[in-house]
Design a protein around this ligand. Structure first.
Ligand SMILES: [Zn+2]
Length: 278
């Protein structure tokens, strides 16, 4: 049994994140509203979320779920289950609308509706934001600052946290970045239309990529973090859940890994920066 890391003593921070897009991915990102497409999103609520919650509980691991307001609105029970299990909930737009396609006023409306629905479903005010489709507009960061967000998880520039810069100025928002290689969607998501996505990768291929990236991050250590970005409707299938559990078991064999929620990683970065400045 390896020694578990903590916030104050770890070699590598690992964060398991799940974007509970459900139907909103099809409505907002792919702009399709057919019953079949929407049912693919619903799979995330009916099968994906319960399976993920069972896996996390089995290993006693914390996670962060980024939830569009629309998912909280139409799947309140699953949203409550996520919150009741102690997982962090972050903002993920209202209906998975890619921010760069919105006017600043439209983007504000979506941020507010997302906040309202999370408040209605579980009474929480999220501190973190991950943009739908990992796109940002030129207004996003001023809006996030205005609505009091403390961190963002929409950028891909580093393997470690950093301050968000907006229009050339450092903001007070911490970036906890991700990577497309460490998502399930880039490897597994199959679609005919409106874009054809091959998807359906063998889990063994993804396992090889995720393990090797973990091994590299662990070797490097320091302030590097390892963030997996997954979706209940994609990772939730049995063969992928089995792969995820093998990756988790691989990570658990290593000493001093800190399984952290995204807010914990952001808070640690903020306190280290304050200590360095002081
Ligand atoms: Zn999403």
């Amino acid at each position: 049994m390896a020694r578990m890391g903590t916030a104050s003593n770890h070699r590598l921070a690992v964060s398991l994140t799940f974007d509970f897009d459900a139907e909103s991915a099809w409505l907002g990102a792919f702009k399709v509203d057919t019953p079949s497409a929407l049912s693919r999103g619903a799979y995330g609520a009916y099968e994906g979320v319960p399976r993920i919650l069972r896996l996390l509980e089995k290993h006693g691991l914390p996670a962060t779920f980024f939830i569009p307001g629309y998912s909280a609105e139409i799947h309140p029970a699953e949203t409550r289950d996520i919150a009741a299990a102690g997982h962090e909930i972050g903002h993920h737009g209202y209906i998975h609308e890619p921010p760069h396609l919105l006017t600043p006023d439209e983007e504000r409306v979506m941020i507010v509706r997302g906040l309202e629905e999370l408040d209605k479903a579980v009474g929480i005010r999220p501190k973190g934001y991950r943009s739908p489709s990992w796109e940002l507009s030129k207004s996003t960061y001023s809006l996030l600052a205005e609505y009091g967000f403390e961190y963002d998880a929409s950028q891909l520039a580093k393997d470690r946290p950093y301050w968000v810069e907006d229009a050339g100025r450092r903001t007070d928002i911490v970036e906890v970045p991700g990577a497309w290689e460490l998502t399930d969607s880039s490897h597994f998501l199959f679609a005919y239309s409106p874009v054809y996505l091959t998807g359906l990768s063998a889990p063994s291929k993804v396992e090889e990529i995720w393990r090797a990236d973990f091994d590299g991050a662990y070797e490097e250590g320091g302030d590097v973090c390892y963030v997996l970005t997954m979706h209940p409707q994609i990772i939730g299938r049995h063969h992928r859940m089995a792969m995820l559990e093998r990756v988790i078991n691989h990570i658990l064999e290593h000493d001093d890994v800190w399984f952290a929620q995204m807010i914990d990683i952001a808070n640690l970065f903020r306190s280290r920066e304050a200590a360095n400045a002081g």
